[in-house]
Write a protein that binds this ligand. Structure first.
Ligand code: NAD
Ligand code: ZN
Ligand code: ZN
Length: 346
């Protein structure tokens, strides 16, 4: 089958031919109808070889939706032909955290060498994806796999981040979204669907601010050194109860620290590698900072349900698998509107 693989540090990934996966006991092979392109792949491909935690080559892609193509011995929870989304945050499946569906925080993954697809295990930008267990599959139940696939990460990650801070987002509060890309454009819509907060979106590109407004942001601001003052003006000097930073470089974390209200929360979601000083004088008193990761399996079911309710307008650009290099070039150049989705069967 065709697979889009990262081969050599510093070299662009390319389409190659690899053997079709065979399901072992408990495993499921999914025919990939759609695979999303996440900025985290850029982050991984920017790492030097000695910081990679898996061997190369690696098939990229950690957002997947498709149909069940083959079942390993003992699999009963799904049948061939089922339309499914893949929950990609794989844990051990046996510990207390995993029993709660919170496999994104399984404490045993490093020790057991468990990797998510596209983040160490063979990924989704291929004709078929080997899924380690049927428990990682969530029914699409009528959702179009191409429009729904970004919900497995670009939707799930902000959904999880927003749910963690929802108690702060009472009427009259303000939530700031920094970075209106794949995650941010869904983050804005999730905030609007789940809360009564005023949503302020920041980005460096005018067209991304237009996307934010189309997604329901009440106010938009250019993300520069004046942005924090702008947020303070919009909040009568009080600051924002919640700042969701989907970039998290030094500049945006500086904005977050200056724009957050007393007792507010900064969720550091982006992998921009910036530093946030958490000490008296660096952030207002009472501030909490968190580093949420991906989302839980129940939350994936919830975010798909939100999609079914018509609350999420997922903006996508589609590419055949042979055009995957172009999708990554456009991602690198910051040119994607919403999410790039690869259609390996097209
Ligand atoms: P993306 O490339 O689709 O979007 C990034 C957006 O940020 C773009 O609109 C870009 O214009 C904007 N941007 C760039 N610099 C900016 C700045 N200084 N101020 C404001 N906006 C700026 O990326 P994505 O796929 O949505 O991912 C966003 C981030 O989240 C990435 O760092 C990614 O690695 C990370 N991520 C984290 C998790 C997690 O679980 N923590 C999960 C998925 C992705
Ligand atoms: Zn991702
Ligand atoms: Zn576990």
């Amino acid at each position: 089958m065709k697979a889009f693989q990262y081969h050599t540090p510093g070299q662009p990934p390319s389409v190659t031919t690899v053997p079709d996966p065979e399901p072992g006991p408990g495993q499921v092979v999914v025919k990939v109808e759609a695979a999303g392109v996440c900025h985290s792949d850029e982050v991984i491909m920017g790492l030097p070889a000695d910081r990679l935690w898996f061997p190369l080559p690696l098939t990229l892609g950690h957002e997947a939706a498709g149909t069940v193509a083959a079942l390993g011995p003992g699999v009963e929870a799904v049948r061939t032909g089922d339309a499914v989304a893949v929950h990609g945050a794989w844990g051990c499946g046996a510990c207390r955290t995993c029993a709660l569906g919170r496999e994104n925080y399984c404490p045993h993954t490093e020790r057991l060498g468990i990797h998510s697809p596209g983040l160490g295990a063979p990924g989704a930008i291929a004709e078929y994806l080997l899924v380690d267990s049927a428990r990682h599959l969530v029914p699409l139940d009528g959702l179009d796999p191409v429009r729904a696939v970004p919900l497995t990460d670009a939707g799930l990650t902000p959904y999880h981040a927003v749910k963690r801070v929802l108690h702060r987002l009472v009427p009259g509060s303000t939530a700031v979204v920094i970075g209106v890309g794949g995650l941010g454009h869904l983050g804005v819509q999730i905030l609007r669907a789940l809360s009564a907060a005023t949503v302020v979106a920041l980005d460096v590109a005018e067209e991304k601010l237009a996307l934010a407004r189309a997604c329901g942001a009440h106010r938009t601001l250019l993300s520069d050194e004046r942005a924090a003052d702008g947020i303070r003006e919009l909040t009568d000097g009080l600051g924002a109860e919640v700042v969701l930073d989907f970039v998290a470089n030094d500049a945006t974390l500086r904005t977050a620290a200056k724009a957050v209200a007393k007792e507010g929360e900064i969720a550091v979601v982006g992998l921009g590698g910036g530093r946030l000083g958490l000490a008296a004088g660096r952030v207002p008193y009472g501030v909490t900072a968190s580093v949420p990761y991906w989302g839980t399996r129940p939350e994936l079911a919830e975010v798909l349900a939100l999609g079914r309710l018509g609350e999420l307008d997922v903006h996508i650009e589609t590419y055949g698998i042979d055009e995957a290099p172009l999708a990554y070039e456009r991602l690198h150049a910051g040119k994607i509107t919403g999410r790039a989705v690869i259609l390996p069967g097209a």
